[in-house]
Design a protein around this ligand. Structure first.
Ligand SMILES: [Zn+2]
Length: 346
């Protein structure tokens, strides 16, 4: 006798060729980042095992749910010859359309998950989004795709949305947009002190939302052990207590030891163990409803192998190990810091 098991829902995948057209010569936030992920997912057959979802353009109303009209105007008026919104953040002639489509691709992933067409979905988008605040594009980010998706989920009637952000930089934009909203849990591991300067563990949300924001700042060189302990000891228990109905992941892979911009020394294996723990938590907390959006990460090998491992886990497959594993030196002792964080969270 064969026990009846429900067929698992497909895993959605959304990207768009135009995401490769946002470019500025010599800038680390470059088309190669996404191209490396797409090539790896194709070469390993992972993309063929996911369900393709069509990207669409986010509407003004969807963008304005989290951003000011002034920010939309700033992004829309990118000069044809290209230009800079701040010292880090470029636009070219294609950027206004691409930023809108990257937000819309993330919304398409969300809609497929909420409709039950797919169980979870990966939005392979550029540029990244989590630094964009209500009224400022910054830190390579134009629109905040994950915040736009979270706001859309709330409008669609999802009661409680959890956002995990394992990019090496604090997602200041996402946190600020939902700082006073108790329906949105936001947890971040990030290098600290580091760009953009926010993300102290005392930042816990405001008003009725105090306790729904959770930051685990990590010193340079922290590595897998501290990264994984941050999730095991702080983030996953708080996520469980929050009882989310949906999980969004701001998936930057720039905490990787190979990353040229950042100092955290996480390996592909460490990222994979945290991804496995997050997806396992999502399965028990919110029927596995997860939307992953690409954020930062500036080493193409790390991006390809971390994205491949995450997609394999979403598909219920065992990830292939990174063939060139990073072997960073042991990190600093974080136990005094973690004791202070535990005290602050108590
Ligand atoms: Zn980053």
């Amino acid at each position: 006798m064969t026990a009846h098991r429900p067929t698992p829902l497909p895993v959605g995948f959304v990207t768009h060729p135009s995401f490769l057209d946002h470019a500025s010569p010599g800038h680390p936030e470059r088309p190669d980042r996404l191209a490396a992920i797409l090539a790896h997912l194709d070469a390993t057959g992972l993309s063929a095992r996911m369900r393709p979802l069509a990207a669409r353009d986010a509407t003004d109303a969807e963008l304005l749910a989290v951003h000011s009209p002034a920010l939309l105007a700033t992004v829309a008026h990118a000069p044809d010859e290209g230009g800079w919104i701040d010292a880090d953040t470029y636009v070219n002639a294609h950027s206004p359309e691409i930023a809108r489509r990257a937000a819309g691709a993330t919304l398409a992933a969300l809609e497929a998950v909420l409709a039950g067409d797919v169980g979870s979905a990966f939005a392979a988008v550029r540029p990244p989004g989590h630094h964009a605040t209500d009224n400022a594009a910054m830190g390579f980010c134009l629109y905040n795709h994950v915040a736009i998706a979270a706001a859309a989920a709330l409008r669609a009637g999802v009661p409680r949305v959890a956002i995990l952000d394992w990019d090496v930089h604090h997602g200041n934009g996402t946190q600020a947009i939902f700082d006073a909203d108790p329906r949105v849990f936001y947890a971040s591991t990030h290098a600290y002190p580091f760009y953009p300067g926010t993300g102290h563990f005392r930042e816990r949300g405001t008003g009725a939302a105090v306790g729904t924001k959770l930051n685990v700042p990590l010193p340079a060189g922290s590595g897998d052990e501290a990264f994984e302990e941050a999730y095991r000891r702080f983030i996953l228990p708080a996520l469980t207590a929050f009882e989310p109905d949906l999980m969004l992941i701001s998936s930057g892979w720039d905490a990787h030891a190979r990353d040229p911009l950042a100092p955290l020394n996480v390996t592909t294996a460490g990222y994979t163990r945290v991804a496995r723990a997050a997806l396992t938590a999502a399965r028990s907390l919110c029927d596995g409803r997860v939307v992953v959006a690409l954020e930062g990460g500036y080493d193409t090998h790390a991006l390809a192998w971390c994205a491949g491992a995450l997609c394999a886990l979403m598909l219920g497959e065992e990830p292939a190990p990174d063939p060139e594993p990073a072997r960073p030196p042991p990190g600093p002792d974080v136990q005094a810091l973690f004791a202070a964080i535990a005290h602050a969270f108590a």
